[in-house]
Design a protein around this ligand. Structure first.
Ligand code: PGA
Length: 264
């Protein structure tokens, strides 16, 4: 990896997914506020995932702080005639250490399937980027009682031919599709059940040690108001935050509260 990973045990790990938001000047302002606050947030790993257009600028602003950089997507080839795509070597070059793969917005709107996501995970790993793999069920799947089987099939297919050493570098984000951007978060029990199950699958596939060390994030309408009860769950190691990461104060509060809960 391009920078030695500073894992403080399993948690807390908080990533902000800015999605398709923030112009250059807005990104500067947000990143500066988070960097300033980060010096008092040493108990957490903080990752910012801005849009491609501002990655380089944010990379410069976080230099010298503990804040880390992630991209929101990666193409599965490393270079070539792929108009509009961004490759692993480009992301690494610009200062990324992480990349989100398989976000439900890409699965649903751009129609990315598990085969594509598997290729993207391999591209990230080949390029020394830590994948943040997003999985999670739709509302229809939850209502039909298919939540756990959906999670299982996503892990099986997305991690096809990924060995143990590679799997140890992957962060999984459980993001129920019905909770993303809706204001309706999973209950702490629902999150814990899914996270426990993810750890069980990792245990079966890669062994106890990897499963125990794996960072499993919850994502979906995380806010300062609901983060405490989610963070209190044993298997919730942190958060992938969308909407609430666009505002420095709310993102910082989420990090502060996560540290408070996990340090108890
Ligand atoms: P949200 O998004 O926090 O706005 O629900 C989370 C995500 O999509 O990662």
């Amino acid at each position: 990896m391009n920078k030695e990973k500073k894992r403080k045990g399993r948690s807390p790990f908080v990533a902000g997914n800015w999605k398709m938001n923030k112009t250059l000047s807005e990104a500067r302002e947000l990143a500066k506020s988070i960097v300033k606050a980060s010096f008092n947030l040493a108990g957490a790993e903080i990752v910012l995932c801005p849009p491609f257009t501002v990655l380089y600028e944010v990379a410069k602003l976080i230099e010298g702080s503990s804040v880390q950089l992630g991209a929101q997507d990666i193409f599965w080839e490393d270079s070539g005639a792929f108009t509009g795509e961004i490759s692993g070597p480009m992301l690494l070059d610009v200062g990324c250490q992480y990349v989100i793969v398989g976000h439900s917005e890409r699965r649903q709107i751009i129609k990315e399937n598990d085969d594509i996501i598997n290729l993207k995970i391999k591209a990230a790993l080949r390029n020394n980027l830590f994948p943040i793999l997003c999985i999670g069920e739709t509302l229809e799947e939850r209502e039909k009682g298919l939540t756990l089987s959906r999670i299982e099939s996503q892990i099986e297919n997305d991690l096809k031919n990924i060995n143990q050493e590679e799997a140890a570098k992957i962060i999984i984000a459980y993001e129920p599709v019905w909770a993303i951007g809706t204001g309706k978060n999973a209950t702490p029990d629902q999150a814990e059940e899914a996270h426990q199950y993810i750890r069980k699958i990792l245990n079966r596939k890669y062994g106890n040690e990897l499963a125990n060390c794996a960072i499993i994030l919850y994502g979906g309408s995380v806010k300062p108001e609901n983060v405490v009860s989610l963070a209190e769950q044993d298997n919730v190691d942190g958060f992938l935050v969308g909407g609430a990461s666009l505002d420095a104060q709310s993102f910082i509060k989420i990090i502060e509260k996560s540290i408070e809960v996990k340090q108890k």
